[in-house]
Design a protein around this ligand. Structure first.
Ligand SMILES: [Ca+2]
Length: 386
């Protein structure tokens, strides 16, 4: 056997016996490690991305005159591996408990802007820029969360040799629990025992009886990536702007080993879409501070092609610290007209004669989409009251 200098530190390498050069391996777990002949004597070393799923005796295939074979580990490594398997079995329960305990104390990370204009493709592949930066992460997995007005999107990416329940073995599940932290209603999206194309929606709270419902959720899974799209309409008591709590659990039994991923008690706020810019026309254009007029009126025109009703209860006139709710609003001749209390606005305006004030009008459409726009008014501070 050739001397294997420094191999003890190269835990991601395995030696295979083969007498061809430049071969491409197809390892049975679906990975395609590149084979490099480092010895020049027909001994090939390869990097295996999923070390845990490959051990002595793992079947492999390669192109060429001598296809097929098995991973052969040097005797010393075989012994080490046997010891390791024994050790892992012993420590499995301890590890699970430890992971559970640690995860219970995991810091809930703040989240940023995750409203997505371009929905991710649910295909089990994380394309560059598809999901942005991870929302939550650790050394052995990343979780990406996005939403738009229709869907919640979640992607799970394993790292460092952890794998998801695909490929070999027949035991495994992946569950994503979405909770309403106010009511503790729970929607459990469960993929169990590697059933292709079947994801179930189970209510787990209230827990008795547990109900399994049809779901419009779709998913795609590969050994290291799980992508899931959940219709927000299924999360009945949750709306855009609300915070959800979720747990993720994955358990996989693979070729020679198992992998688990746990993530508990993470929070995510369903983002509202960015505000639509609308055209605002405020009347009167010149505001006499001594005026006794009852109203100031904003005419709101939505961008062309936008269909949507304005929810009058959300319409506000904003000036510095003042947030004035509309007293009245209705569509007249295709333009939405909102009326605000003029005296309340005047109380907040500066008494600078002939100055100008920029007023903002904000609100939401009935589907929750926010809008905003501005207009300015001239101020007459020492005119006669009318
Ligand atoms: Ca994708």
């Amino acid at each position: 056997m050739p001397r294997r200098k420094g191999r003890r530190n190269r835990v991601d390498s395995r030696v295979i016996e083969n007498h061809q050069h430049g071969i491409q391996l197809d390892v049975a777990d679906g990975s395609n490690p590149q084979v490099v002949d480092k010895t020049g004597q027909g001994e090939h070393k390869m990097k295996i991305p999923f070390l845990r799923s490959i051990s002595h005796g793992t079947p492999i295939a390669w192109s060429g005159a001598n296809p097929g074979g098995r991973i052969r580990l040097p005797e010393r490594e075989q012994l080490e591996e046997k010891k390791m398997i024994k050790y892992r079995k012993k420590t499995t329960a301890t590890l699970l408990i430890a992971i559970f305990m640690i995860s219970m104390f995991a810091v809930v990370m703040p989240v940023g802007a995750f409203y997505t204009q371009i929905p991710p493709t649910i295909d089990g592949v994380l394309d560059t820029g598809e999901w942005g930066d991870p929302t939550f992460g650790s050394d052995y997995f990343n979780i990406y969360v996005l939403n738009n007005a229709e869907y919640l999107y979640v992607a799970f990416e394993t790292l460092g040799g952890t794998y998801l329940p695909t490929g070999g073995g027949d035991v495994g599940m992946m569950n994503l629990y979405v909770m309403n932290p106010d009511t503790w209603e729970c929607w459990a999206y469960c993929w169990i025992h590697r059933t292709p194309d079947l994801i179930e929606l189970k209510y787990t709270y209230p827990p008795d009886p547990q109900e399994t419902l049809e779901t419009g959720a779709t998913f795609a899974v590969t050994e290291t990536v799980f992508e899931l799209q959940i219709p927000l309409s299924e999360l009945e008591s949750i709306s855009l702007g609300d915070t959800i709590n979720f747990h993720f659990l994955s358990f996989a039994e693979g070729w020679t080993n198992w992998s688990t991923c746990w993530l508990y008690d993470q929070e995510y706020t369903l983002e509202l879409p960015p505000p639509i810019q609308v055209d605002i026309d405020i009347k009167p254009e010149t505001l006499n501070l001594k005026s006794r007029g009852r109203w100031i009126t904003a005419f709101i025109t939505l961008p062309e092609g936008l269909t949507g009703d304005i929810d009058v209860t959300t319409v506000q006139l904003v000036y510095e610290d003042l947030n004035l709710k509309a007293d009245w609003g209705a569509v007249q001749k295709g333009v939405f007209m909102a009326k605000f209390d003029r005296a309340e606005l005047i109380d907040s305006l500066p008494e600078d004669n002939f100055s100008e004030a920029t007023l903002e009008v904000t609100g939401k459409l009935t589907d929750g989409t926010p809008f905003e726009g501005t207009d300015s008014v001239k101020i007459v501070a020492n005119g006669k009251g009318k």
